[in-house]
Design a protein around this ligand. Sequence first.
Ligand SMILES: Nc1ncnc2c1ncn2[C@@H]1O[C@H](COP(=O)(O)OP(=O)(O)OP(=O)(O)O)[C@@H](O)[C@H]1O
Ligand SMILES: [Mg+2]
Length: 225
Amino acid sequence: MAGIKLVDIHKEYLVEDRRIQVLKGISLEIPENQITVILGRSGCGKTTLLRLTGGLEQADSGEILHGDSHRTAFVFQEPRLMPWLNVWGNVTFGLNRHEQDRDRTKDIIAAVGLNGFEKAYPSQLSGGMQQRAAIARALAYRPSFIMMDEPFAALDYFTREQMQKELQRVQEKRRSSILFVTHSIDEALLLGHKIVIIEEGLVKAYMRFQSREGSGICWRNGLFI
Ligand SMILES: Nc1ncnc2c1ncn2[C@@H]1O[C@H](COP(=O)(O)OP(=O)(O)OP(=O)(O)O)[C@@H](O)[C@H]1O
Ligand SMILES: [Mg+2]
């Protein structure tokens, strides 16, 4: 199997004495080499779904089936770089000695537009540049999947637009497999090969595009439309 398959995922949290049922039976296929977007309002369980899929948390029931390789990298809303390491050190962080490859690291840093900044420390970079370094770190890890949780939410409008285009370009070039969480419909439509809409703990609808220009299929409430 290629990609990731979620089968009937349930997750609830206990807060004080109250049970919060966050995911109530999510089934979903996340193909490889594409961007799958999870879209939904604040609090609907997007981050929870991403964390479960990436293995940071356990579901209460259901199954998560991974393809042959199961190596995930995360990009969060904030860059979470190591302040004492420069860009090069941050990008190669998490790789052991055998996995480090100078040319490949250079390529990845160039792909996110940070060539010339290899020796800069996070405090010497703008917010957008730091987030690009975080994306480079995720790519360098050779993940089978990259989990991105609203990675551009903290950026201003112009930087966000630029970053979305850069992500699209890098994804197309490297054919990365990405699960991308957002609550922005515009961002979902721009980036997603497949868009999954979550509402009240369930998959409300999904759209799959054959091409970025728009042709595709749409499923809603059990019907293909
Ligand atoms: N560790 C936790 N303990 C208790 N409740 C939690 C925990 N994590 C999430 N929740 C609850 O689960 C629900 C979904 O949270 P989640 O963070 O997945 O939402 P989200 O869709 O990512 O929202 P946002 O768009 O605001 O980031 C919320 O009601 C939240 O309070
Ligand atoms: Mg969230």
